[in-house]
Design a protein. Sequence first.
Length: 317
Amino acid sequence: MTSPLSHPFLQVENLARIYPSPTGGDDVTVFDHVNFRIHKGEFVAVTGHSGCGKSTILNILAGLDTASTGNVFMDGREVAGPSLDRGVIFQSHALMPWLTVLENVSFAVKSRWPRWNKQKVCDHAMRYIELVGLKGAEHKKPSQLSGGMKQRVGIARAFSIEPKMLLMDEPFGALDALTRGVIQEELLKICAETQQTVFMITHDVDEAILLADKIMLMSNGPHARIAEIVNNTLPRPRERSAIHKQPHYYPIRNHLVDFLVSRSKQFGALRDAPDATSSPTVFDPADLLESFESTQPELNVVPAPPVGKPHIHLVNA
């Protein structure tokens, strides 16, 4: 785990996005005073209600949009436009339909290393195609692939350029639960192998707990902010089928759900208080566990399934 005292890889300072009113009234401030840091190799997930500006923040980090105020620094340099140092995986796969799987990934590789010969580009692209489990499908076009396979191609393409940072905007939201679970586990393995720095948007708290080192919670818009940051200390490697047995799992999950259901709506009044701070509150799982045990002692231990009866645990239910 990266020391919190080390220099952050990504630093976001007082970010705000303001749009003019379509009716000529007051401008609309989607979010403001957004401050956070990400260290090299961290996987950070952000969640919050629709309309709070999550995707806009991601687009600013990617250099695809500009902030109204504030700054973004990555690896010591200000983000001032798109760059191959930042790979993006959108909600849709965004593949070129006239190209095969191999050609889609190779296109990105050639953009990154234009002087490489054809064989080197092909070998490099195949490495990542194999990494996402698509060996044997490299000559198929997107129309011949399932939704999950298309998204795997998008993941392979993003990783193939070896970006300094990977930005993911709800990449699994359109997939069925079983396919989503398989690709989540593949992503965990790839990130463990590459030590990739990741910023991911998700509406799925179980997905955030499974994948992330830190989970950032955004308050409701307008004037949304990063209200809380939860440190996820569940041990790695993590498995979907066993993660709910960890003692910190339910305290973290309940804390996230409670924020989304209740505290995100209350944050506006707290934000406007005279002594309000623009820095998010950081929560440690040990504190959450102590609070959880004091309020719900009957749920401290996950009960074992009855002997002789089948047990099914749906993490994303």
